[in-house]
Design a protein around this ligand. Sequence first.
Ligand SMILES: Nc1ncnc2c1ncn2[C@@H]1O[C@H](COP(=O)(O)OP(=O)(O)OP(=O)(O)O)[C@@H](O)[C@H]1O
Length: 249
Amino acid sequence: MNKENHQVLLEIKDLHKEYDTRTVLDGIHLQVHKGEVIVVLGPSGCGKSTLLRCLNGLESIQGGDIQFDGESLVGPNVNWQKTRQKIGMVFQNYELFPHMTVIENILLGPIKVQNREKKEVMEQATQLLERVGLSDRKDSYPRQLSGGQKQRIAIVRALCMNPEIMLFDEVTAALDPEMVREVLDVILGLAKQGMTMMIVTHEMGFAQAVADRILFIDEGKVCEMSEPKEFFTNPKTERAQQFLNIFQF
Ligand SMILES: Nc1ncnc2c1ncn2[C@@H]1O[C@H](COP(=O)(O)OP(=O)(O)OP(=O)(O)O)[C@@H](O)[C@H]1O
């Protein structure tokens, strides 16, 4: 995408995050444009998941600012219930409600939180389920689904809130290899449709295919920010090269 023509949807300025006395994010800066796909890479423990969690208010931060759609997400006055409707997040462990069917899981947020009409949400949910190839599973319970199916349902549930950005936190990490592809294909489809996304993944081929830009974090700092072709063929830093060597790039 040509980001010059797109507005900045999310801006992170000098973000600091500590757990007790340990600094995990040490001055992160990032602008995400509407329609852009940012893949966040970096060694284990460098702070990738923490970064996404800060954007959704799941972690408090100790310094810096996060602007979303022109509004700050820092301080006591943030309406997180409203904000989380615009920032969809999907986790490694699906987080579906086990006592609810697939369709009940999907309808819950749009009806209870967004006060939308059941008929309208049902139509949207039906279309989304079709798109991920799971129309026939709407009355199943999560325990009756495979990991890949559960993850596709978790994605549909987030999309049904009509978010402006989607955050994916290692969504294939808990899946058997044969189920990884079906989930990644759904995300690739979203990228084609212009969904703004931030994705933490260890799937390097996927990262290369889906990203507009790669954000490489090391020890809580932005170490590199480049286009995927450049990052995978000619990384700017030794740390990035070492990281890629592990994946045989
Ligand atoms: N709730 C917590 N309390 C204390 N330390 C934490 C907490 N959550 C994460 N950490 C620490 O913060 C650091 C960053 O964790 P994070 O999960 O963001 O890393 P990551 O880059 O996503 O790693 P991975 O690729 O292994 O998932 C790690 O050292 C981790 O141990």
